[in-house]
Design a protein around this ligand. Structure first.
Ligand code: UDP
Length: 573
């Protein structure tokens, strides 16, 4: 069976990180062999429910699903399925209890997860504030931020199975007494580099921002107010720090819990590292993404979505991801038990920006936002229907009867949809990542022997060829600018469609995030890009818009801001 359209870059990524190697580091597995290892392993899960199943046929189906580049599971599934490690999930959340044992258990568990290629999220909100007393020693507590540094160092020391470094999310509630330290903890770009951080915002806090009033700081042990701060000042401090270097992001905790399908199991306190997957403590989730470029069909005048193919792909993908839960080798028993109790999966999309280019629709247009809702709405509906059909054959997820779904049709999975960043799998599939706009249409890549190669977005290549404009000079010009905005050789109506992340206004980024979020059970990984000259007020307005638009969180990045020296970080009194 041939593997369609796989690019040279994709082959390099696969060889480096995914194909099997012997002890000396020689590649001993072909690309085809790698996909076959995955499809065989995932297909086998069906025998648990149906002993007459033709696993060879199902494996062929899963093999074709991946090698046609219609769908890719998250990296750990590609790397570890059918291998000794066998850990297949990208996303984990671990609790951090307010005790030495609890904290260091969590450090150890995170190390085990990182070793297996997964990323971890933590809420540090249960830890007592710095300066609080420690009864057993008579000393004082050092607070959440000092312990985050311990997690950060441990992460630094553990390379993920020789493939990727661990990634972490650190969350602190806005009403934790150490919140100002937390907001400031990544002000220096060289600090706590293995964490993304997000402030856990509550509705109560947002109301206080609106009313310009103070809000209470709550002692995590006694649950009583131990101080108060001006909500506006703290909000502006978050905005100021995000403007400086993109950190912290924010997540809306009450919204994550509004959509918590099993509230009997406790609160959702954190997400995975890139923010798209809220989880309960000790829960894990495996993700997979449909390549929307492959969901288009040619018409006489251009392209259109092939909803039948999309529906069939969703059905296969849900089946695949539910099987992953069965054959997954969990790093801890408690993670296996917690994960199997809700059976969350996260089916999402990639190649959205490339699909829009082919359709001739600018990313920053109402038409694109409407289409986003239509496509994701369709995926969410068909995904839920597929999960309900699986429940008929395999049974509902064990906590279904206490879930918020209990009065509707039985579901196999407590959540079905998530939009992941698809950082690596989109490279394998050769499409734009997640639901992000194209970051740069062309860039110059330095090859190891010192030669330079211009890499150009494949949809732009096809367009330039069609227009008879494909030549070196123009490609270099695009590569230097990163954008086609000022290439007057290219017709205006083409430039209008080929917009890049920097050409798109923050409000359009947020409208797109919100359109996808409306039809996504979990959350959407999205970065709102700002030009270098954006003001703090621009960032503030974007945060407020994301709140109004019912997003579950926001991550921003202002062009060039990570290279800047951080000066005069303000303090709130
Ligand atoms: N992730 C990680 N380390 C990394 C990249 C990703 O632990 O270096 C985890 C993290 O939980 C992230 C999730 O994988 O939120 C999904 O990331 P992405 O979609 O970029 O992963 P891919 O499957 O493309 O490798």
């Amino acid at each position: 069976m041939a593997i369609s359209d796989i690019s040279e870059n994709a082959l390099k990524v696969l060889e480096k990180r995914y194909q099997g190697k012997d002890e000396k580091g020689n590649v001993v597995e072909s690309v085809e062999g790698m996909f076959r290892r995955v499809s065989d392993t995932i297909a086998k899960a069906d025998t648990k429910f149906d002993n007459s199943v033709d696993t060879k046929k199902l494996s062929d189906e899963f093999f074709e699903l991946m090698t046609s580049l219609r769908f890719m599971p998250n990296s750990p599934t590609l790397m570890n399925a059918g291998r000794q490690l066998g850990q297949l999930s990208a996303c984990f959340v671990l609790p951090v209890e307010d005790s030495m044992e609890g904290i260091f258990d969590s450090v150890k568990n995170a190390a085990l997860i990182h070793k297996s290629g997964g990323g971890t999220g933590f809420s540090f909100s249960r830890l007592r504030q710095s300066g609080a007393s420690v009864r057993s020693t008579g000393g004082v507590a050092s607070g959440p931020v000092s312990f985050m540094r311990v997690f950060n160092s441990a992460t630094e020391a553990v390379k993920q199975g020789g493939t990727r470094r661990g990634a972490n999310m650190g969350v602190l509630r806005i009403d934790h007494p150490d919140i100002l330290d937390f907001i400031n903890c990544k002000a220096d770009n060289a600090d706590i580099t293995n964490f993304n951080i997000s402030v856990g915002i509550t509705e109560k806090f947002m109301e206080a921002v609106e009313k310009q009033s103070d809000y209470d700081l709550i002692d995590p042990k006694t649950k009583t107010a131990v101080g108060h701060l001006s909500a506006v000042k703290v909000f502006d401090m978050i905005v100021d720090h995000a403007w400086r270097n993109g950190e912290p992001g924010i997540i809306f905790l009450d919204r994550l819990n509004r959509d918590n399908v099993v509230p009997t199991q406790g609160d959702i306190e954190s997400t995975n590292p890139c923010g798209e997957q809220p989880l309960l403590p000790y829960e894990s989730c495996n993700l997979g993404s449909i390549n929307l470029v492959k969901m288009l069909r040619k018409t006489l005048t251009g392209y259109e979505f092939d909803f039948r193919l999309l529906g069939a792909t969703v059905e296969e993908a849900v089946h695949f991801l539910d099987n992953v839960i069965e054959v997954n080798n969990y790093p801890l028993d408690i993670i296996g038990d917690t994960t199997r109790a809700t059976r969350k999966i996260g089916l999402g999309v990639m190649g959205w920006a490339d699909a829009l280019l082919l359709l001739g629709i600018p990313y920053n247009s109402d038409e694109a936002v409407d289409l986003a809702g239509k496509v994701m709405g369709y995926i969410n509906n068909t995904g839920h229907a597929a999960s309900a059909r699986l429940a008929e054959k395999r049974g509902a997820f064990p906590l279904f009867s206490v879930s918020t779904y209990k009065d509707g049709p039985a579901m196999r999975n407590a959540t079905v949809t998530t939009i992941a960043p698809t950082g690596t799998i989109s490279m394998i599939a050769g499409c734009s990542s997640g639901v992000e706009p194209v970051f740069a249409y062309a860039y110059i890549r330095n090859i190891m022997d010192g030669t330079e190669m211009v890499e150009v977005n494949p949809v732009l290549v096809a367009k330039l060829k069609e227009l008879g404009l494909y030549e070196d000079g123009l490609l270099k010009k695009i590569a230097n600018a990163g954008s086609v905005e000022n290439c007057l050789e290219i017709p205006e109506e083409v430039r209008r469609v080929f917009v890049s992340a920097q050409d798109i206004k923050p409000v359009d980024h947020i409208k797109m995030q919100s359109a996808f979020q409306r039809y996504t059970d979990n959350a959407v990984s999205k970065t709102v890009n700002f030009p270098k000259e954006a003001t703090r007020n621009d960032v503030r307005e974007a945060y407020l818009l994301a709140y109004e638009e019912d997003c579950k969180g926001v991550t921003i990045y202002r062009d060039g801001s990570r290279e800047e020296q951080v000066l005069n970080i303000g303090k709130v009194n």
